[in-house]
Design a protein around this ligand. Structure first.
Ligand SMILES: C[S@@+](CC[C@H](N)C(=O)[O-])C[C@H]1O[C@@H](n2cnc3c(N)ncnc32)[C@H](O)[C@@H]1O
Length: 696
């Protein structure tokens, strides 16, 4: 360090008087002097190395194999139940990608990824355009209604954007570092952004991947978009391509050629081509599209691929990227997958894929889209792979409340007890309930109702509810709200009816993930949704069973007509959900309020439903490290995986919904059938039926 005595004295003086050092010392004091670097308040190179086990919440093997013979097409890959026999299963993961990335990098799934060649290509399109990601179209029955973004949907992004560009940069920085570590040595990353953050992202990528690995700055130029009168029209977005290594990266020049203009071909035919190539050679190879892409159009409103996800990117954009930087059979990943464009294109181009998103609606949109792609490929006689939907579920929640999952079970339990107390206080605050003491099962009270909070990492069981009913009877309590992340399947509505017969009004409410957002709690923006109610009828024949959906209701409330009427401007309108009805409240120019109920039939609430004809057939196994031996071991979580064997859902093109499955051939015996319904907000509910097929 070449500091003069004067400089040393100055530093000491400043430190002693608790004053900041001048900027010049940054370059004099530290070893690692980068020539150019992006610095922001709070920058540090620490990345999380938390490992949480993934939970499989659903498995989609082969869509709609109604008859055993239907599975014949892919017999080599699927068994007679339509299950993929072996090999890689694609992954759609719901949750914050920071925890997902570090669990992928450091956890048990890494081995599987490496066995399949590692991740060769990552494309990400992070939410750089604040606001654009929140609006969503709610589809009601056969109509579509655009619901404007509301504060609730913005919550998910608040940590990213709450403190301006800085927080976006630190959010993406840490994730990019883990993505680099996850990439295969010959892998590539494409980062999609626009004028708002492209400058920052370029610096970050240079730092993380090295400037010499910067392969292209791709400009995606399009015609769409406002021009404005006070500046030039913003008509492009930027995609940075970085490879992990300089010498060894995939670039399939042959796969990306576009047609030469006829004039060039004609010149080659006349023998006037610049490099002595024939017209045939030119036509076969195609022209390198260069780094400014003008031939790819944004998703059009009426196009088949439009999923109504507002930030959806066109498939043709991803086709070029995936074709260029990966080969068939490679793993392609998108950790901000949105509507699943990368995944859909990867599947069609015979790549394996991993996708993740924080939004429930994004995961649901991707699920429908991928089932659509499977169906399409199946009809065309082409191969496709099974996919599973995963999350970090209870582990993610335990992590949020601060339980160290690497501790021994005993210590984990102790820590959990303390943290559960804090957790209950947090939930009660979010629910705006006051704390009560001296009860066995109740922790709070709100508007004359007692409140019980379920455990952070276990579903509320019948036993738990029975304890509550017992205490209600002892202490003459007649109104109770039970708040939980999960309820044991089949609990509703039976348990409520049972309570009702004893004079107890029981409401079961879901705790939303937003409870972990302090600012949302402070602003009273956390909504606890009531559990929905499903009614289904099994139609059992000699050796088959069909299922008919006969009723579905939700009891959501989000805002109220009264609130909306008071806050509306003249000429405005708002959609509210009140007592299980979606209502459009409008105020005309003269200030007159009208209400229109948009949900007319119970089926209007349903976006999607699916059936597993043999639930409890596939146990959910997780791989965790045994603390004593350090070895990875398999553990049954006590849950079963929902194997999605039949499904009907609305798409933008086809708004109809089938309400009855065709008869599904099954072997004789007792079985459990699981029915999952996803409503138009993307919330899902499950019901389990016991059925006996005699075979006679
Ligand atoms: C611009 S959109 C991606 C759109 C996508 N390329 C498509 O074609 O549909 C960004 C996505 O990132 C997701 N997202 C934002 N923060 C996230 C996080 N921390 N973890 C996972 N996903 C996140 C949002 O939910 C949103 O769906």
């Amino acid at each position: 360090m070449k500091l003069t005595d004067n400089e040393k004295r100055e530093i000491l003086k400043l430190l002693e008087s608790d004053r900041p050092l001048p900027d010049k010392y940054r370059f004099l004091l530290f070893d690692d002097k980068r020539e150019v670097e992006l610095i922001w308040n709070g920058k540090n190179n620490e990345v999380t190395n938390i490992v949480l086990p993934f939970q499989v919440i659903e498995q989609v093997d082969e869509p709609r194999a109604e008859q055993l013979a239907d599975t014949a097409l892919q017999m080599s890959m699927f068994d007679t139940r339509g299950r993929q026999k072996s090999g890689w299963t694609n992954k759609l993961i719901w949750g914050d990608n920071k925890l997902i990335l570090s669990s992928l990098k450091n956890g048990a799934m890494r081995e599987e990824i490496e066995k399949n060649g590692g991740i060769k290509l990552i494309y990400i399109d992070p939410p750089f355009d604040v606001g654009a990601d929140f609006s969503m179209d709610i589809e009601i029955g056969e109509d579509t209604f655009t619901k404007n973004p509301n504060v609730l949907e913005e919550l998910a992004y608040r940590d990213t954007w709450g403190k301006g560009a800085d927080s976006f940069i630190s959010m993406i920085y840490e994730r990019l570092i883990i993505m680099r570590d996850l990439l295969a040595d010959d892998g590539s990353i494409y980062v999609h952004c626009d004028w708002r953050v492209s400058g920052h992202i370029r610096f970050l990528l240079d730092e993380i991947f090295g400037n010499n690995n910067h392969q292209n700055e791709l400009i995606w130029h399009f015609i769409k978009g406002a021009s404005g009168n006070d500046r030039f029209g913003r008509k492009h977005q930027t995609i940075f391509w970085y490879s992990k290594s300089v010498e060894n990266h995939i670039f399939n020049r042959k796969e990306i050629g576009i047609a030469y203009n006829p004039e060039t071909i004609a010149r080659a035919q006349r023998g006037e081509a610049r490099y002595n190539v024939t017209a045939e050679e030119l036509e076969e190879r195609g022209k390198n599209p260069g780094d400014v892409w003008t031939d790819i159009h944004p998703v059009q409103g009426n196009s088949i691929e439009n999923t109504k996800y507002s930030t959806q990117k066109p498939e043709s954009l991803l086709e070029r990227i995936i074709n260029a930087s990966s080969n068939e059979g490679d793993i392609v990943a998108d950790f901000f997958c949105g509507s699943g464009t990368t995944l859909a294109v990867a599947e069609k181009l015979n790549r394996k894929w991993i996708g993740s998103d924080l939004g429930k609606f994004a995961i649901h949109t991707s699920r429908k889209r991928m089932i659509g792609v499977q169906r399409e490929l199946k009809t065309a006689g082409k191969d496709f792979r099974a996919f599973e939907i995963l999350n970090l579920g209870k582990y993610e929640r335990a992590h949020y409340i601060g339980v160290n999952l690497n501790l021994r079970e005993e210590e984990q339990k102790k820590q959990l007890e303390q943290r559960e107390k804090d957790f209950i206080a947090l939930i009660l605050r979010a629910y705006r309930a006051e704390t009560v003491e001296a009860f066995r099962t109740f922790q709070g009270k709100k508007s004359g109702r007692m409140v019980a909070v379920g455990s952070v990492n276990l579903p509320v069981t019948r036993l738990f509810v029975e304890e509550i009913i017992l205490e209600c009877r002892e202490k003459h309590v007649s109104r109770v709200d039970i708040l939980a992340f999960e309820f044991e399947m089949g609990l509703f509505p039976n348990v409520q009816e049972e309570a009702k017969s004893k004079g107890i009004d029981l409401a079961l409410k879901y705790i939303p993930r937003e409870v972990f957002d302090k600012r949302a709690i402070e602003k009273n923006q956390v909504v606890f949704h009531d559990v929905s109610y499903i009614e289904v009828k099994p139609i059992v024949k000699k050796n088959s069973v069909a299922v008919e959906l006969t009723d579905f209701s939700v009891f959501y409330s989000q805002d109220s007509v009264e609130n909306a009427s008071a806050s509306l401007k003249d000429g405005g309108n708002k959609i509210v959900v009140e007592n299980g009805k979606i209502i459009k409240v409008s105020k005309d120019k003269a200030g007159i309020i009208t209400r229109e109920i948009l949900t007319k039939k119970w089926t209007d609430w349903i976006d999607y439903w699916a059936v597993d004809f043999d639930f409890e057939n596939k146990r959910e196994i997780i791989r965790v490290k045994d603390e004593a031996s350090g070895e990875m071991e398999e553990k049954w979580t006590g849950d079963f995986i929902f194997e999605n064997e039949w499904q009907s859902f609305r798409t933008k093109k086809d708004r109809t919904l089938e309400l009855k499955t065709p008869p599904h051939e099954v072997p004789a015996g007792r079985r459990k059938i699981a029915v999952k319904v996803v409503d138009i907000f993307g919330n899902d509910t499950m019901k389990i039926l016991d059925v006996t097929v005699t075979g006679k």
